[in-house]
Write a protein that binds this ligand. Structure first.
Ligand code: B12
Ligand code: SF4
Length: 492
C-alpha cells in the first residue's frame, strides 16, 4: 500500500512568516506534525510519502504513486484542501481526511471517502482494521481523549527538514482554563495529558540524529498546564539533554500565570526556552470577564510581561478586538498596552466564533452568527454581528494593525523590549544562513526599505547598549518587514 500524506497550503498571513522566511531561504516555518505522527501509526510495511505543498510541488507522479491519500489541515487551509481533494478525486484516489479542519466541518467535504476525526490515537486503529477487512465506514469519531504515553514519535524522515525554519514537538494536549472563544478545550479537554519525559527526549534525539540543530517549538496549548511534571521531570531532563550541545533554542505557548512562578521561569530558561506566546487578549477587565479569561483578570499585565522578559523569555502576545464590552476607546488602550509592554510580536485579531466553542453556541442562541469563520482571526474578518458598529470595528482594527507595525512604533517596541530583556546564556551557532540573512536585511531594510533610518538607528543603539542582542534585533526587524506586508494586505 502506498500512502500519500498531503498537507494543504497556508494563506499568506501573520503566522505564515512568508516574507521573513525569504531572508533565511526557508519555505515554511514548521512541518505538519499531525501528519508525521499519523504516518508513524500506519502499518510498518506500507510505503509513505509526504507532500507538504507549502514547501514543494504536488506532482502528477506523486498522485499516480498513491493508493491512499491522507489529508490534514486547519480551517485556515480550507481553500487549498478543497483544491487538493478535487485533484485526488479526479484521479480516482481513495481519500482519508483528519485533523482540525475536518474534525469541525467534515460535512462540507462530500468528495472525501473516509473521515478519521479527533485524535488519531483513538480513531485510526479502528479505521485501519476495517479497511483491512474491506469494510471501512465513512466517519470515525471519538469523544474520549487518548493517553499520549501511547503516541509514537513522528516520522521525521518523511520531511525535508532543511526546508523548514523550525521543528515542532508536542509534550501535552489540553488546557485547564476555559476561555469562551477557544476550541482547544472542546478538542482536547481540560486535563493536560502529557507524554513521558523519555518520549520527549527520544523525539529530540531523533531530530538531532537527522542533523537538526535549529530551534524547536513545543506546540502545547498551554505548556505550563502541569507545572509539577515540568519542574520535577521534564525541565531537569531538558537541562541535562542540552549539556555538551551548542544549545537548541525552544519556544512554546503558556498562560500569563507563568509570571507568578519564578522557579518555573528559571528552569525553562535554563532548559533552553527563550520565547513564549501568551494569550493576553485585552487590557479591558470587562472583556476579560466576558470571555472568561479569569487567569488574566485583576493583574497588572504589563508588569507580568516585563517580569517574564526579565527572566529571559521574549513574550509574543495574542490580542483580540470585538468583544461585546469593547467600546471605541479600546483601540487606543490596546495600542498603549502593546507599546508599553514591549511585545514586539503582537498578533492582533478580530474575535471570530469557531465551531465547537462556547462563544459559537452563545452567538448562535442570540441569532448573531453570520456564517463560517475564515479560521484565521488576523485576516480582518469576523463571522458574527458585533455589538460595536461593524464599520467602526473594522476601521479601528485596520488602523491599529497599521499603526503598531509601522516602522516608528515597531522599532520603538523592539527597544522597549531589549531594555527589559535579560537574555539567557546560550551559545548559538552562527551559520551561513544567519550571515546571509544579515546581509539581505541590510540591503532590503537598510537600503530599500522605508524603515531604513529606524533600522540603522536600532542597530547602532543595540551595538552600543545591548551588543550581545544584535542578531535578535536583526531577526525582529525582519519579522517587522513580514508583519508590515501582511498587515497592509489585511487593511485593504
Ligand atoms: C503548531 C500550530 C500551528 C503552526 C502550524 C504549523 C504546521 N505546519 O502545522 C502555526 C504556528 C503555523 C499555526 C498557525 C495557525 N494556527 Co495553529 N496550531 C498549532 C497547534 C498549537 C499545534 C498543532 C500541532 O502540531 N499539534 C500536534 C499534532 C500531533 O496534533 P494534530 O495536528 O492535531 O494532529 C492530531 C489529530 O488532529 C489527528 N490528525 C491530524 N491530521 C490528520 C490527518 C489524518 C488523515 C488523520 C487520520 C488524522 C489527523 O491526528 C493527530 C494525532 O492525534 C494547534 C493547537 C493544537 N493543540 O492542535 C493550533 C491550531 C491547529 N491552530 C489553529 C489556528 C486557528 C491557527 C491560525 C489560523 C492562527 C491565526 N489566527 O493566525 C494560524 C493559521 C496559519 C496561517 N498561516 O494562516 C487552530 C485550528 C482550528 C481549526 N479547527 O482549524 C488550532 C487548533 C488552535 C486553536 N486554538 O484553535 N498553528
Ligand atoms: S488559556 Fe489559551 S489554550 Fe487555554 S482555554 Fe484559554 S485560550 Fe484556550
Amino acid at each position: 500500500m502506498n500512502a500519500l500524506l498531503l498537507y494543504p497550503k497556508f494563506p499568506d498571513t501573520f503566522w505564515s512568516f512568508k516574507h521573513a522566511l525569504k531572508f533565511i531561504r526557508k519555505r515554511a516555518s514548521l512541518p505538519p506534525l499531525g501528519l508525521l505522527t499519523v504516518a508513524a501509526m500506519l502499518p510498518g510495511p506500507w510505503a509513505k510519502r509526504l507532500v507538504d505543498v507549502n514547501v514543494r510541488k504536488f506532482r502528477e507522479k506523486d498522485l499516480a504513486w498513491a493508493d491512499l491519500v491522507f489529508v490534514s489541515g486547519m480551517i485556515a487551509q480550507r481553500d487549498s484542501a478543497r483544491e487538493l481533494i478535487a485533484r485526488c478525486r479526479a484521479a480516482g484516489k481513495t481519500i482519508v481526511a483528519g485533523g482540525p479542519l475536518f474534525t469541525v466541518e467534515h460535512e462540507q467535504f462530500p468528495e472525501v471517502d473516509h473521515f478519521v476525526l479527533n485524535e488519531a490515537e483513538e480513531t485510526l486503529p479502528e479505521f485501519l482494521r476495517d479497511l483491512e477487512r474491506g469494510g471501512a465506514r465513512r466517519v470515525y469519531a471519538s469523544a474520549s481523549f487518548p493517553d499520549l504515553r501511547q503516541t509514537p514519535g513522528p516520522l521525521w524522515e518523511l520531511a525535508d527538514l532543511a526546508r523548514y525554519a523550525t521543528m515542532s514537538l508536542q509534550f501535552s494536549r489540553g488546557c485547564p482554563f476555559d476561555c469562551e472563544f477557544c476550541n482547544i478545550t472542546s478538542m482536547f479537554g481540560h486535563r493536560p495529558r502529557t507524554k513521558t519525559t523519555a518520549q520527549v527526549i527520544a523525539e529530540l534525539d531523533s531530530l538531532a540524529r537527522l542533523g537538526w540543530r535549529g530551534s524547536v517549538f513545543f506546540v502545547d496549548d498551554n505548556f505550563i498546564g502541569n507545572k509539577r511534571a515540568l519542574k520535577e521531570d521534564l525541565l531537569p531532563a531538558l537541562i541535562e539533554w542540552q549539556k555538551g550541545k551548542r544549545g537548541v533554542p525552544f519556544f512554546t505557548e503558556a498562560s500569563i500565570n507563568l509570571a507568578d512562578d519564578e522557579e518555573l521561569m528559571r528552569l525553562m530558561v535554563e532548559a533552553g526556552f527563550n520565547q513564549v506566546f501568551i494569550g493576553i487578549e485585552t487590557p479591558e477587565e470587562a472583556s476579560l470577564t466576558e470571555c472568561n479569561k479569569r487567569q488574566n483578570r485583576g493583574r497588572d499585565l504589563v508588569a507580568d510581561v516585563k517580569r517574564i522578559q526579565r527572566a529571559g523569555l521574549e513574550v509574543q502576545g495574542g490580542f483580540i478586538l470585538g468583544f461585546d464590552h469593547d467600546t471605541p476607546g479600546v483601540f487606543e488602550r490596546q495600542i498603549e498596552f502593546i507599546q508599553k509592554s514591549g511585545i514586539v510580536t503582537a498578533m492582533v485579531g478580530l474575535l471570530q466564533a469557531m465551531p465547537g466553542t462556547k462563544l459559537h453556541q452563545r452567538l448562535h442562541r442570540q441569532g448573531r452568527l453570520l456564517g463560517d469563520t475564515s479560521g484565521d482571526n488576523v485576516d480582518g474578518t469576523t463571522n458574527f454581528l458585533s455589538r460595536m458598529n461593524p464599520e467602526t470595528l473594522r476601521r479601528g482594527y485596520r488602523s491599529l494593525v497599521e499603526y503598531i507595525y509601522s516602522p516608528g512604533p515597531y522599532y520603538q517596541r523592539i527597544r522597549t523590549f531589549l531594555r527589559e530583556y535579560r537574555p539567557p546564556r546560550m551559545s548559538s551557532s552562527l551559520n551561513w544562513r544567519s550571515i546571509m540573512a544579515f546581509v539581505h536585511a541590510n540591503f532590503r531594510l537598510g537600503v530599500l526599505g522605508r524603515e531604513r533610518f529606524h533600522y540603522w538607528g536600532l542597530l547602532l543603539w543595540t551595538f552600543v547598549r545591548r551588543p550581545s542582542q544584535l542578531s535578535l534585533a536583526v531577526t525582529l526587524s525582519i519579522y517587522g518587514y513580514h508583519f508590515r506586508k501582511v498587515s497592509r494586505a489585511c487593511s485593504r
